[in-house]
Design a protein around this ligand. Sequence first.
Ligand code: ACO
Length: 310
Amino acid sequence: MNVGLLGTGHYVPTNVVTNKDMEKIVDTNDEWIRTRTGIEERRIASDDINTSDMAFFAAQEALKESNVKAEDIDLILVATVTPDTPFPSVSCMIQDRLGARKAAAMDISAACSGFMYGVVTAKQFIETNAYKNILVVGAEKLSKITDWSDRNTCVLFGDGAGAAVVGPVSEGKGILSFELGADGSGGKELYQNDEDHLMMNGREVFKFAVRQMPDSSVNVVEQAGYNKEDVDYLVPHQANIRIMEAAREKLGISEEKMATSIKRYGNNSSASIPIALSEGVKSGKIKDDDLVVLVGFGGGLTWGAIALRW
Ligand code: ACO
């Protein structure tokens, strides 16, 4: 059976925080942020919008785009490191709000790779005929765990959510190959501390990511039986434009074939890939039959990549 993404959706808060705005908060400047990271602005959710709200909005759109009713969802997987509360899970919160009465629900913790882990998990349940339609969401209110006095991290992150309905697709379409991985020995490089702040050894994470994202991208393309140049669109985790460029260059594809929502949204952790994917579909950059590569890395350390025929 072929399993693919039936439709996608996303939500970002309306409040835009530019690099110039960041200059008023910490000792930084627009030039440094743009050249080192590729970020120009980010969206920060207001106090009355939590992770589950953004997850709900993105999920509603994904259901609409998929033509799947909430009551026909069998399982909800929400990837997040910033749930409203440790329990109940964000997935249970949106199960109720969506009216997905028959859906089981659980959250997934794989940091920025969470959406990849979610989609690959969904694929297994569908292939075994246990379930038919699975809602996978990546949602983060990173502003809750950002140390707004630390210029090394606070300029990098933004809030948002992206979602997809995973289900059976026709022959030749859908997920062709995947790779998931973890290296717990790198947990100390990216973690949440006792004060609930996100802590990061930027240089170490950079070194890991700049090797892992290009390698995983090539691995899934080759596993799927294609050549690098066959890739029509690359949706990398939006953490740093220089890391993303490394993946694009290793595939040898042109600039227009890579999603760069990082400019407008910064790093949205588990939400960055589904947001960029949803925007790619909406804008027509991802077309029917395109060979699309999704690739991410994050805390854990974790990583994941998927090659799929749209
Ligand atoms: N504004 C101005 N200067 C700054 C800022 C800032 N916002 N932040 C750091 N600097 C300074 C540093 O203090 C340092 O100064 P020094 O040389 O006087 O000590 C200098 O800039 C260079 O710092 P580096 O850390 O070497 O800068 P680098 O080029 O490595 O870029 C960055 C830092 C952007 C964080 C990079 O290392 C990176 O992107 N790493 C990967 C981060 C990542 O991808 N995280 C992903 C996951 S996050 C998640 O999972 C939720």
